[in-house]
Design a protein around this ligand. Structure first.
Ligand SMILES: NC(=O)C1=CN([C@@H]2O[C@H](COP(=O)(O)OP(=O)(O)OC[C@H]3O[C@@H](n4cnc5c(N)ncnc54)[C@H](OP(=O)(O)O)[C@@H]3O)[C@@H](O)[C@H]2O)C=CC1
Ligand SMILES: Nc1nc(=O)c2c([nH]1)NC[C@@H]1CN(c3ccc(C(=O)N[C@@H](CCC(=O)O)C(=O)O)cc3)C=[N+]21
Ligand SMILES: [Mg+2]
Length: 282
């Protein structure tokens, strides 16, 4: 039986200390501000955006939400970003992905000033992460590493197997694990023998987007299992890991919901506070 890594509990601990930090900044006339931009009416995106706004309010971060019509042109979206780039109340800008077809996501991300890119998706922040310089680290990968850290198990020398190689989860979390001195294997849809790869892992990080594809027989006894997947099946949220099977084998495991999801939002809050501090040379 595995110990649960409780993302909600860890999140409330971190948010409590962020709340104090925000209070102090506000008392010095500096309130961190986040702008969230959402294009179109994807219901899942709207849930996340609502959660983000509520989380900001909870800890005293100023937030603005822009709900733009799906028919907006790329040019109009870029103009909105320019406006937010030069707004001194706004320290962090998040454009909810995915964007409607016809809009070049990378062009939009690149338009956000790197200093306000609290998602850590801008090419400058991606480059900084790769070479080990201080920038903004993507929120989900940062949350994953924080959860592993809190198990008390050092990643040094451990075999971390990541399933998924997206720019927002798989690749950056792999780089972070490497920085923690893990030996890292990255798997994807063209990987041969996924089963054998995962079976070798001391730490499994699943970021695939396929409900319960990581089954119990793929997990080595005593492994740490981090489930990034968010899949809606018959109206219920399930991860990429078959939780029931995996928890029989794992030493530590994250649940879905209540695992990586809340940590993602917490890291977004942390990056926004950090962006405000950097702007003010703190
Ligand atoms: N908890 C949170 O806060 C967050 C959760 N998520 C969730 O995490 C999951 C991954 O998200 P994201 O990285 O954006 O997803 P993407 O769809 O961008 O990437 C999925 C990756 O999984 C790989 N893959 C797909 N099928 C298989 C397979 N059968 N075997 C092995 N690898 C496979 C793909 O390989 P290839 O590159 O070859 O196509 C790709 O690299 C989703 O469920 C998403 O909802 C995402 C962001 C935040
Ligand atoms: N620019 C951008 N940045 C993102 O960080 C980003 C994005 N676009 N697009 C979509 C993905 C997905 N994502 C989640 C955030 C929180 C939860 C979360 O809070 N999940 C809760 C449950 C929420 C629910 O009930 O639906 C949980 O797992 O407990 C999930 C997923 C951020 N993403
Ligand atoms: Mg994606």
């Amino acid at each position: 039986m595995a110990t649960i890594i409780d993302g909600k509990r860890i999140s409330s601990e971190i948010r409590e200390s962020l709340r104090k930090e925000v209070e102090l900044l506000k008392s010095q006339g500096m309130q961190p501000g986040l702008a969230v931009v959402i294009v179109g009416e994807d219901p899942a995106s709207q849930t996340y955006v609502r959660n983000k706004a509520k989380a900001c309010e909870d800890i005293g971060i100023y937030s603005e939400k822009y709900e733009l019509d799906a028919s907006i042109t790329q040019h109009q979206l870029l103009e909105k970003i320019d406006e937010l780039n030069s707004d001194s109340r706004i320290h962090g800008i998040l454009v909810q992905l995915p964007l409607p077809k016809g809009i070049d996501e990378q062009a939009v991300i690149e338009r956000i000033s790197a200093e306000k890119d609290v998602d850590g998706f801008h090419i400058l922040n991606a480059g900084k992460l790769l070479v080990g310089q201080k920038g903004f680290v993507p929120c989900t990968p940062a949350g994953v590493i924080e959860m592993i850290r809190r198990t008390g198990v050092s990643m040094a020398g451990k075999h971390v197997v990541v399933i998924g190689r997206s720019n927002i989860v798989g690749k950056p979390v792999s780089i972070l694990a490497l920085q923690e001195n893990a030996t890292v294997t990255i798997c994807h849809s063209k990987t041969n023998n996924l089963h054998e790869m995962v079976k070798m892992a001391d730490i499994v990080i699943a970021a695939v987007g396929r409900p319960q594809m990581i089954t119990g027989d793929m997990i080595k006894d005593g492994a740490i299992v981090i489930d990034v997947g968010i899949n809606r099946v018959d109206g219920k949220l399930v991860g990429d890991v078959n939780y029931k099977e995996a928890e029989e084998k794992a030493s530590f495991i994250t649940p879905v919901p209540g695992g990586v999801g809340p940590m993602t939002i917490t890291m977004l809050l942390q990056n926004t506070v950090e962006a405000c501090k950097r702007t003010n040379n703190i």
